[in-house]
Design a protein around this ligand. Structure first.
Ligand SMILES: Cc1ncc(COP(=O)(O)O)c(C=O)c1O
Length: 392
């Protein structure tokens, strides 16, 4: 605790990660998955704002088998930091960046033939083989090979010693937003028909489809690899997912949010009744008010949509945002928080003295989802990891 305070002492705003919470969440999933199902932790986008390397270290320590990223550069960062686990690159890798995939033994998700051609050439030059995961289109219409074209991709792979068919995947379109899972069932049926015939010829094929919500709701879709993102960080994918679990009698997970986002008070001033606060004069005090200035704004990831809407925690009490959130600052009303003063710790997201602001709460204020709230915290902000269970 003392160490944490010392590290934060010189910072304007920072993120604290509770390593014990991440470990707990990893165990919650590990014990729900069969031993034959690989636990893949999705650490893309700076581990949903949690810090990619710090998070990956804890995930691997807790028995995570695969690391899943969006782009090749994230895989390279993991390799450079010494991670040897399989790394699945789920997003698009431009043809000009595929050399990094080959050089660092990353496993790309592929859905176009041009990528296979380029990978083959690079592997020939490097004297290597690449493990390819094909992605099939089952209803999301994002990435994916149309089902009727899958056979031609498999034939293409079969004809090349440089390309090894390692996996077959898909991604669900409509699991988090609904408690009615008919569309997901249709996607499952399509994926199962594609994977069943392929697996007959490739018994080692790694089939995977499940994100957090699908892992929680469809035990039969854990398959060979579950790709867990948001819930590893202790956040429910949505309230619909939580309700669906309750409806299905699925034992709900005990998820522990790992991320807190903090800043400190930069100035407190008393302003007379009738004063405007901030750009655009969007708020006017209705009484003499004590206004605290916080050194955090939309550059740091504190969304401008929170202007006049959000709250922060100071001394265990809620302080409402007054006026507009600026690029690097915002103002809150501390009139009802006796003693609030310079350098007081401020919680933007997380807990303080029994009060809590959840990512889901900020998401509701903004009309978005928890994913966006945590993923958009500026990656340059310092991540301070407390990990009481880390091996010394
Ligand atoms: C292809 C793919 N798989 C898995 C995930 C993880 O999803 P979740 O964070 O809901 O667990 C994502 C997240 O965006 C994804 O794009």
């Amino acid at each position: 605790m003392t160490a944490k305070i010392e590290v934060a002492a010189g910072l304007r705003n920072w993120v604290e990660i509770d390593g014990a919470a991440l470990r707990h969440n990893a165990r919650e999933f590990r014990r729900r998955l069969a031993a034959s199902t690989r636990l893949g932790v999705v650490v893309k986008s700076n581990a949903y704002g949690h810090g990619i390397l710090e998070t990956a270290r804890i995930a691997v320590d807790e028995g995570c088998d695969w690391l899943c990223v969006n782009e090749a550069s994230e895989g390279v960062a993991l390799r450079s930091a010494g991670f040897r686990k399989p790394v699945l690159v789920m997003g698009y890798v431009p043809l000009g960046e595929l050399d990094a995939v080959v050089a660092h033994d990353l496993r790309p998700v592929v859905y176009n033939l041009e990528t296979l051609d380029r990978l083959e050439t690079l592997c020939e030059q490097a004297g290597k083989q690449v493990a390819v995961h094909l992605k099939v289109e089952t209803g999301t219409n994002r990435q994916g090979i149309p089902l009727e074209e899958l056979a031609s991709f498999v034939t293409r792979l079969g004809g090349s010693p440089q390309l090894r068919l390692d996996g077959l995947s898909t991604h669900f379109a409509n699991i988090e937003d609904t408690t009615e899972h008919g569309f997901a069932e249709e996607q499952i049926a399509r994926f199962q028909s594609a994977s069943a015939s392929l697996r007959e010829r490739h018994p080692e094929l790694i089939c995977h489809a499940a994100c957090s919500a699908a892992t929680l709701l469809f035990g039969r879709m854990h398959l060979d690899l579950a790709r867990i993102g948001i819930s590893f960080y202790g956040i429910w994918p949505s309230k619909e997912t939580y309700l669906s679990c309750l409806e299905r009698g699925t034992p709900t997970l005990d998820l522990r949010p790992a991320l807190s986002w903090k800043t400190r008070v930069a100035q407190v001033k008393t302003v007379p009744e009738g004063s405007f606060i901030g750009y655009g004069c969007t708020y006017r005090t209705t009484r003499e008010s004590r206004i605290a200035v916080l050194p955090v704004g939309y550059y740091e990831g504190y969304d401008r949509g929170l202007s006049g809407v959000g709250h922060v925690l100071i001394r265990g009490k809620r302080a409402p945002i007054r006026g507009r959130v600026c690029m690097n600052m915002c103002m809150v009303d501390v009139s009802d928080i006796p003693g609030a003063g310079l350098e007081d710790e401020v919680v933007l997201l997380g807990s303080q003295e029994g009060e809590h602001i959840a990512a889901a709460q900020i998401a509701a204020w903004l009309g978005t989802i928890s994913y966006e709230v945590v993923a958009r915290i500026n990656p340059e902000l310092r991540r301070i990891v407390t990990d009481s269970e880390a091996a010394s």
